[in-house]
Write a protein that binds this ligand. Structure first.
Ligand code: GDP
Length: 409
């Protein structure tokens, strides 16, 4: 049986229990190395319950030490599949990770404190998920132990969460009363919540359909670099989606030429094929003038070459954007100078309210619905199609300043 993967992002207002939940998920699924619990219990200075949030901090520290590339990920497994948890340590990091694609997820868990209810960051995170194209959420109403498991308290907050999500395109798969602290309705049920008949969080996660594997999508191979090796040009990059094989004809954008792949190589080892996620080198016979920024594609379903796109952008950097600023758009390895031709709507990212139409400025943390004019055409896809060419970042003064998703080509 193929081991399934699912990437889950955990969002919610600060202090509503995200870290506690993640720590507990890791523990209840048996993902923790031996001895860790004892260590944490000691650090928690004699509390009866280990401090689960502390546990997570430990993971962060460890990963910092290891200097791994993905510093915000943890894993746990159920018998059904492996979950990769994408944590959101702070609001800013969250926004940045989400918009730059570092935190792409297949589903979201929205944590809401049953006593505090839906708050500003709850709204803001939901708005972000919606704009980024996330379509599946499980809502966990947390800290049910604080209200002695009362159903009425749960229903009130569950209704507020459902109402919030109904204003978006996100589908609510389940709304589950939990206590992250006590492990209620995570891996197993709890007597205090005996009135609840829905699935536990683990069962709810396991019931989500797996994402379509990237390797089944049309080929997208953005070229990162070109090396000369034994007199031949080797084009290196990562297969972002699809598959490729020796002899297969690929379309090269932006030139529009088509050519068969002469060889597939990896660390000087000869291969005949590769698929999404692999970093490889390719060679071609003949004189293809390919270099960084070109994209090799499936000729049957190519992306569009665009000079003008509509997009949602999230402005992150201090200073914001003002009419006349010059920008650079980067989409995978493609880069081009560009300008915001029109800022159609300026949106408050926490309330999703339109602050202004046809605006001249965009402030940090605001979302803009923009029309971008690109100096050179690049290969892009609309985010509804979900391909790797639907996301981009904008650089101002050589600094990543905003992230965006393409809404229309
Ligand atoms: P985060 O900011 O969303 O990551 O929240 P934390 O996980 O740091 O939790 C904030 C506080 O709420 C901590 O003091 C936790 O111990 C506490 N907490 C989290 N989950 C529960 C719960 O299920 N019940 C109770 N009583 N406290 C909880």
């Amino acid at each position: 049986m193929d081991l399934q993967w699912l990437r889950v992002v955990v969002v919610g207002h600060v202090d509503h229990g995200k870290s506690t939940l993640i720590g507990r998920l890791l523990h209840d699924s048996g993902a923790l190395p031996e001895g860790r619990i004892e260590e944490i219990t000691r650090a928690g200075a004699g509390d009866a319950d280990p401090e689960w949030a502390l546990l997570l901090d430990h993971f962060h520290e460890e990963r910092e030490e290891e200097r791994t590339i993905d510093s915000t990920q943890a894993f746990f497994a159920t018998p059904r599949r492996v979950y990769r948890i994408i944590d959101t340590p702070g609001h800013r990091e969250f926004l940045k990770n989400m918009v730059t694609g570092a935190a792409q997820a297949d589903a979201a868990i929205l944590v809401v404190d049953v006593e505090a209810g839906v708050l500003e960051q709850t709204r803001r995170h939901v708005a972000m998920l919606d704009l980024l194209g996330q379509r599946r959420a499980i809502v966990a109403i947390n800290k049910m132990d604080r209200v002695q498991g009362r159903r009425g308290d749960f229903e009130t907050v569950a209704d507020a969460a459902r109402t919030l999500l109904s204003q978006t395109r996100i589908n609510v798969h389940h709304v589950i009363p939990i206590s992250a602290q006590h492990g209620w309705n995570l891996a197993s049920r709890a007597a205090a919540l005996s009135w609840y008949e829905g699935p536990t969080l683990f069962d709810a996660l396991d019931s989500l359909a797996p994402p379509e594997p990237l390797s089944n999508r049309p080929l997208r191979f953005p070229i990162q670099d070109r090396y000369e090796l034994n007199g031949r040009g080797v084009l290196v990059g990562r297969v972002e989606s699809g598959r490729l094989a020796q002899g297969q004809t690929v379309l090269c954008l932006p030139s529009g030429e088509s050519a068969p792949i002469a060889s597939v190589e990896r660390f000087l080892e000869r291969r005949t094929s590769a698929e999404a996620g692999e970093s490889i080198g390719l060679t071609f016979d003949g004189m293809l003038e390919l270099q960084r920024g070109a994209v090799l594609c499936d000729p049957q379903s190519p992306p569009k070459m665009a000079r003008r796109i509509e997009a949602n952008v999230f402005w992150l950097a201090a200073g914001g954007w003002a009419q006349g600023d010059s920008l650079v758009l980067r989409c995978t390895t493609q880069e081009t100078p560009c300008g915001i031709e029109r800022l159609q709507r300026r949106i408050n990212s926490s309330t999703l309210e339109v602050i202004e139409t046809d605006a001249q400025r965009l402030e940090p943390t605001e979302v803009g619905h923009v029309a971008l004019t690109l100096e050179r055409p690049i290969a892009v896809e609309e985010s509804a199609a979900g391909g790797p060419l639907a996301r981009f970042v904008l650089l101002k003064n050589q600094t990543i300043s905003a992230g965006g998703t393409v809404t229309r080509v």
